[in-house]
Design a protein around this ligand. Structure first.
Ligand code: ADP
Ligand code: TYD
Length: 208
């Protein structure tokens, strides 16, 4: 089973993914935790190119690099755990590419990108995706707190408010298009309240 977390930078995805991971582990359930882009030697090298503020690149190249990092991670790590019935918790998965490169960069039709991503992951699709939804002001404030006001933003975080507005809109559209897979969480609520709502939903999914 694959459980993914999505949302804009600073929405609280990693906080929730880590809380879920420790809750599952406390129950004695073995979990593979992965964070995109990254998670393998090659994918981590691709990550450092993608987040380097000095690395200027064409948006199509950017999309292919995120996809290449994902392809490597899925084919070398995620697929075997998923196919043998294990649980994989993913801090971002292909919906990030549809939202950021399709919506944010306006690179390609999000529908096409969505189909392309099925090829990237060899048809592996998350069983459940939690979209942590916050407004851009909230996420910016949280990122500043997390980083410290004068720490440098990475290449993607420098993309600007209009970019992130399009990312939020695209996430909303793709969540609405797949209501069985997505659960949209109000990320402005408290950390524990969101974690509880996620746990309640997942428990019922695991028991079906
Ligand atoms: P993301 O992985 O989406 O970039 P993080 O989980 O790293 O976001 O959270 C960004 C910052 O916001 C962290 O400092 C975290 O402690 C804080 N944070 C996360 N969730 C909440 C929440 N629900 N309310 C207030 N602060 C939060
Ligand atoms: P990261 O530091 O992991 O950010 P976050 O804590 O928000 O997950 O950086 C990943 C950045 O890359 C983030 O800005 C989102 C972006 N991204 C894409 O643009 N496309 C993708 O397919 C993925 C996986 C991430």
């Amino acid at each position: 089973m694959i459980i993914s977390f999505e949302g804009i930078d600073g929405s609280g995805k990693s906080t929730q993914a880590e809380l879920l991971l420790s809750r599952l582990e406390k129950q004695g359930i073995d979990v593979l935790y992965v964070r995109e882009p990254g998670g393998t030697a090659v994918s981590e090298r691709i990550r450092s190119i993608l987040l380097d503020p000095e690395a200027e690149m064409d948006p199509f190249t950017e999309m292919l690099l995120f996809s290449a990092a994902r392809s490597e991670l899925v084919r070398t790590k995620v697929r075997s755990v998923h196919e043998s019935g294990g649980i994989v918790v993913c801090d971002r998965f292909f919906d990030s590419t549809v939202a950021y490169q399709g919506g944010g960069r306006q690179l390609a039709d999000p529908e096409w990108l969505n189909r392309f991503q099925r090829a990237v992951t060899d048809q592996i699709v998350p069983n459940r995706t939690y979209l942590i939804r916050v407004d851009i002001e909230t996420s910016t404030r949280r990122l500043e707190n997390r980083l410290g006001a004068d720490a440098a933003a990475d290449r993607m975080e420098q993309a600007g408010t209009e970019f992130f507005t399009r990312v939020v809109e695209t996430y909303d559209r793709i969540a609405a298009a797949e209501p069985d897979r997505f659960r949209v969480m109000d990320g402005r609520k408290g950390i524990d309240e969101i974690a509880e709502a996620i746990w309640e939903d997942l428990e019922s999914l695991l028991s079906t």
